[in-house]
Design a protein around this ligand. Structure first.
Ligand code: 13P
Length: 235
């Protein structure tokens, strides 16, 4: 039973997220085979209907309860809506916003101590990928620095930077090689992300050592997202 996750990034309003989640919940109420995560924007966080197979998470938060960090939200803002799931280390936060491993590891530790389910993202840029598998694995290892890989509520997502939002997913062989290697050290679920869509999700999720998918653009239409859950539920 794969894990299927939608990352809205900077898309969907509060209103359209509510509509999306309501349609998705309707589907999941009678189709309980898949484990589904949705990461809406901060402004769309809310106390949505509780379903055992649907988790609403935050795309980010600052490692504090409250404080003076302009533009960020803290744990109280998540707890207000019973949010206990968070994405940490996403490539856009690392590479667009410049989050460093040290800060990412602090954030991980903070939310781990609060018992959050953490979807921890890793992924190499194109120039590293071009140097081959060994260089890629070395790079990915640096993204595990000071991260407790035995944390019981951890899910790892491998998202090669060059495959995110480009429409060009990694090849089946690339995904297989990296997932096989990561799974030698990590027992927790390992998702693949990067241009996953209706056309490739089944093949990707059927691979050994791929426990699900983290989907950006192709998850934005709820009908498509539901189809992706439907098409992978028997895997
Ligand atoms: P895309 O599916 O748009 O490539 O984004 C992947 C991603 O970054 C999910 O977190």
């Amino acid at each position: 039973m794969p894990i299927i996750a939608a990352n809205f990034k900077t898309n969907h309003t509060r209103k359209s997220s509510a509509k999306y989640i309501s349609l998705l919940s309707q589907y999941l109420r009678t189709n309980s085979t898949a484990r589904v995560y949705v990461f809406p924007s901060y402004t769309a966080l809310d106390e949505y209907e509780h379903l055992a197979n649907l988790h609403i998470g935050a795309q980010n938060a600052y490692p504090t309860q409250t404080g003076s960090i302009t533009g960020e939200i803290g744990a109280v803002h998540l707890e207000e809506f019973n949010i206990k799931t968070i994405l940490i280390g996403h490539s856009e936060r690392r590479h667009v916003l410049g989050e460093k491993q040290e800060h990412i590891a602090q954030k991980f530790e903070y939310f781990k101590n609060l018992g959050y389910k953490i979807i921890y993202c890793i992924g190499e840029p194109l120039e590293v990928k071009e140097q081959g598998l060994e260089a890629t694995l070395d790079y990915l290892n640096t993204q595990f620095e000071n991260i407790d890989l035995n944390y019981e509520h951890l899910i790892v997502a491998y998202e090669p930077v060059w495959a995110i939002g480009t429409g060009k997913s990694a090849t089946i062989e690339d995904i297989q090689a990296v997932h096989d290697a990561i799974k030698q050290t990590i027992k927790q679920p390992l998702l693949y992300g990067g241009s996953v869509n209706l056309g490739n999700i089944e093949k990707i999720c059927a691979l050994n050592n791929v426990d699900g998918a983290l989907i950006g653009s192709a998850s934005l239409e709820v009908e498509d997202f539901i189809k992706m859950i439907e098409n992978t539920k028997e895997l």
